[in-house]
Design a protein around this ligand. Structure first.
Ligand SMILES: [Mn+2]
Length: 425
């Protein structure tokens, strides 16, 4: 199903009068506070967040998977679904592919298709956390860390192949997430595992084109439950520093132990010029991969507070902005629309922080005022700014509502069937 801009605009018209009222009220208040509203709108229009190819179908748990129907069956249909999201929100002009789930058969055709939706290719993702039917050696005891050089070499070659697919599609980065680690004390020699992983990563790194970046993603536990070889941001940063200036740390919000101060990690990585990008999601207990902003929107805002607080204009930073969420009970496309919205709300709220006043209050140790300034911004309802930016870019004033009004899922089910299953987890 392909949306026409006119369908979106027609639905916008029914909501325009109310939007105009809300937007005028907010923009007048912001302008009174010396905020450049046009610049914020421009920044919001330019900020694009990549959709992961694996989030377009219903995610599962290790217990069950309940398909919602109409899921994309091929890479072409996944790109079509990202095109659908992008035509509604004008903020998802990128897709992040997972190899081997999304190996293109015809690069040129895929590029023409994605360009027709205005979609570019963000980071490609390798997969050495599960065995593929045709592979010679098993990753049961790890991949890049494995004790057997032959297994490590197979995993290295896979990563090099992922880079090759990425080059063909115009991607500029690879994300390496390893499930390597151990389940029981004594199973693994930590130092040897680290050094073998480093040696393997070095070989992959050496095949990176000069304009590419490598993102090293960390995670504290699962599927290994005693140790993970790239277990935290410090370990990822160690690897990135040893690899060179094309290697960076990737922060997946769900890959932290409960109550970790993620915004401080982000600030320090920015300070070291080693922040590569994000996998956005939300969680209450572990790596829950819930909709961004559904559990802890204040944390998301505090992360954007750090991102905006920088010499380099935020929008010119070349980070990988990616969602990594997938679950069982929502329509995946509605879920992704909600996630993108939550990210952009946090961004817009961070843009309305009075940064000069905040820095002065910090210097004066006025703790109360610091909190007042931050929370004034966090409690500003910036949604009319997002709606205005989307409308100016040709998208929907209210993407989820428009999606439902146009009965997109019903159409997808009639096109693809009720029992289609998306490739992936
Ligand atoms: Mn991730």
């Amino acid at each position: 199903m392909i949306l026409k801009e006119i369908q979106v605009q027609e639905h916008n018209e029914s909501q325009y009068a109310l939007h105009k009222k809300k937007f005028s009220f907010l923009s007048e208040a912001l302008i009174d506070n010396g905020i450049n509203v046009d610049k914020i709108l421009d920044d919001l229009i330019r900020f694009q967040i990549a959709i992961p190819s694996w989030a377009l179908g219903t995610g599962g748990t290790r217990f069950a998977r309940f398909s919602g129907g109409g899921e994309p069956r091929t890479l072409e249909e996944k790109i079509e679904d990202v095109g659908m999201i992008h035509s509604l929100n004008k903020s998802s002009g990128k897709i992040s592919l997972h190899i081997p789930w999304d190996i293109p058969k015809d690069y040129k055709k895929i590029q023409i298709l994605s360009a027709s939706f205005g979609i570019q290719f963000d980071a490609v993702n390798s997969n050495t956390f599960q065995d593929q039917p045709d592979q010679e050696f098993s990753y049961k005891f790890g991949s890049l860390q494995h004790t057997d050089k032959k297994v490590r070499q197979q995993a290295i070659n896979h990563n090099k192949e992922v880079i090759k697919h990425g080059i063909e599609l115009g991607s500029k980065s690879i994300t390496v997430w390893l499930s390597d680690g151990s389940c029981f004390p004594g199973q693994l020699n930590f130092k040897k595992a680290f050094n073998r992983t480093l040696e393997s990563l070095k070989e992959i790194y050496s095949s990176l084109p000069s304009d590419w970046r490598m993102f090293v993603e960390y995670k504290p536990y699962e599927p290994n439950f005693y140790s993970t070889t790239v277990g935290d941001w410090g370990t990822s940063l160690l690897f990135a520093n040893k690899l060179g200036n094309q290697a960076f740390t990737l922060v997946d919000l769900g890959h932290h132990l409960p109550n970790t101060n993620i915004e401080q990690i982000v600030a320090l990585l920015l300070n070291e010029n080693k922040l590569g990008g994000f996998h956005f999601n939300d969680s209450k207990y572990g790596d829950d991969d819930l909709t961004v902003g559904s559990i802890n929107p204040y944390q998301l805002f505090l992360i954007f507070n750090e991102l905006v607080d920088s010499e380099t204009p935020f929008i010119e930073k070349e980070f990988g902005w990616m969602i990594d969420a997938s679950h069982n009970v929502k329509d995946p496309l509605e879920d992704l629309l909600q996630s993108v919205e939550a990210i952009k709300i946090a961004y817009a709220q961070a843009l309305v922080i009075d940064r000069i006043a905040l820095e002065e209050a910090r210097d004066a140790n006025d703790v109360v005022l610091c909190q007042e300034i931050l929370q004034n911004a966090f409690r500003t309802d910036v949604r009319p700014l997002l709606a205005e930016a989307r409308m100016q870019a040709g998208g929907a004033l209210n993407p989820v509502q428009t999606y439902r009004y146009l009965a997109v899922r019903k159409n997808l089910i009639s096109e693809r069937g009720n029992k289609s299953v998306s490739s992936g987890l």
